[in-house]
Design a protein around this ligand. Structure first.
Ligand code: UD1
Length: 361
């Protein structure tokens, strides 16, 4: 067996789908392993349908838990798969617990690792993702970067430049492929919205939503915001749980939705006036689409979206979010550019490099 490809959470699916397709096109044998970190249909199965991904060959079904629980359960199960199948290379993507867990189990078996979306750094170790990124990069053999900052960070950390490949952003491969389908859904009619006259919200970062005080501030902010523009909020299970266990109430004007399938979310994002988010990937997708994005975080590991894209990094102080939104509504927008190699061809570049790697091995 040549490859094992790991997926486990919602943001992994759109990154890995085009790579899995390119691997199949190149006739390279590949076992797809789903860790089960995300398991609800709305967080997992719908993405397989939307992205036309083959079902995973192996489902570990680890489910939710503390960081140590999830990471260790995945490691134990993934080690068995590597021992049984002896892959020549394991592919992991992004920065979630599944990424680090599988990378760690793989490295201890002296099997090479390819890390997709390597080198991104927020320089904020209070984010679990930052720890996952640093450690995964440190033990990977092929480091695929999406933007120049990723390459610079890896070089600064002393990683071997021979291992680093600036290939662009494979999530944009999925976006380009499925945007036409998203446009056909006529979502503004479905949700009774006017094109470019609504604000799409996503909030799920533990620093924003796990702490009731912070969530209270953000809830008030959303309620104020909804008086200025129509608000659509597909809510992540983590945020939903905290809200349910609190007395906080969102205004009835806000359109509250379950987590959306990939294509539907893409369609809503594309026609939004502005997106307010604390997600990583959405900062990139809005930059590609040229949609204004207000990022409710103090830092970003994706600086290119601020430097040349449409991302406004404002922190989590509600007044700053509201002022930025007002400025955008008054026409003070960022006219972004699409970053280099975000061209829909990244997965092909990655698979070419993998083929070369396998031929030398
Ligand atoms: C994880 C990633 C985060 C990513 C996010 C995207 C880590 C450390 N974090 O955060 O980087 O941005 O996914 O969604 O890996 N839950 C469900 N159903 C599911 C999955 C989760 O109800 O299918 C609930 C559970 O209560 C769970 C909670 O959400 O405890 C958090 O899930 P978890 O995977 O730990 O972290 P996310 O917040 O989803």
């Amino acid at each position: 067996m040549s490859l094992v490809t790991v997926i486990g959470t919602r943001p992994n699916f759109m990154k890995m789908a085009p790579i899995i397709e390119s691997i199949a096109d190149a006739h390279i044998s590949n076992i797809i392993v789903h860790t089960g970190q995300h398991y609800d249909d709305k967080m997992s199965k719908v993405f397989f349908d939307d992205l036309q991904m083959p079902d995973p060959d192996i489902f570990l079904g680890v489910g939710s838990g503390s960081h140590a629980e999830t990471t260790s359960k995945i490691m134990v199960e993934f080690e068995k798969i590597c021992i049984k199948n002896k892959p020549r290379l394991v592919l992991v993507a992004g920065d979630v617990n599944s990424t680090l867990a599988c990378a760690l189990a793989t490295a201890k078996l002296n099997i090479p690792i390819a890390h997709i979306e390597s080198g991104l750094r927020s320089y904020d170790n209070s984010m679990p993702e930052e720890i996952n990124r640093i450690l995964t990069d440190r033990i990977s053999d092929l480091l695929f970067t999406t933007e120049a900052s990723g390459t610079m960070n890896l070089l600064r950390e002393g990683l071997d430049k021979e291992k680093i490949y600036f290939v662009g952003n494979c999530m944009i491969d999925s976006l380009k492929k499925f945007l036409p389908a998203a446009l056909k859904l006529n979502l503004c009619i479905k949700y009774d919205l006017l094109e470019y006259e609504y604000c799409l919200i996503t909030l799920h970062r533990p620093s924003n939503v796990d702490n009731i005080k912070n969530l209270e501030k953000l809830t008030e902010m959303l309620n104020t915001l909804s008086k200025k523009i129509k608000v659509v909020f597909p809510i992540h299970p983590r945020t939903k749980n905290t809200l349910k266990n609190s007395n906080l109430k969102l205004d009835s004007d806000i359109i509250l939705l379950e987590p959306l399938p990939y294509i539907e979310f893409l369609g809503l994002m594309n026609k939004a006036k502005v997106v307010v988010t604390d997600s990583g990937g959405i900062q990139e997708e809005t930059t590609y689409l040229g949609v204004q994005c207000i990022t409710v975080r103090d830092n970003t590991e994706r600086p290119i979206t601020v430097d040349i894209g449409t991302n406004h990094l404002v922190g989590s102080t509600p007044s700053k979010v509201l002022t930025t939104l007002e400025n955008i509504l008054n026409g003070d927008i960022k006219r972004g550019k699409i970053p280099l190699k975000w061209d829909g061809k990244t997965s092909g570049r990655i698979v070419n490099i993998i083929q070369e790697f396998l031929s030398k091995d």
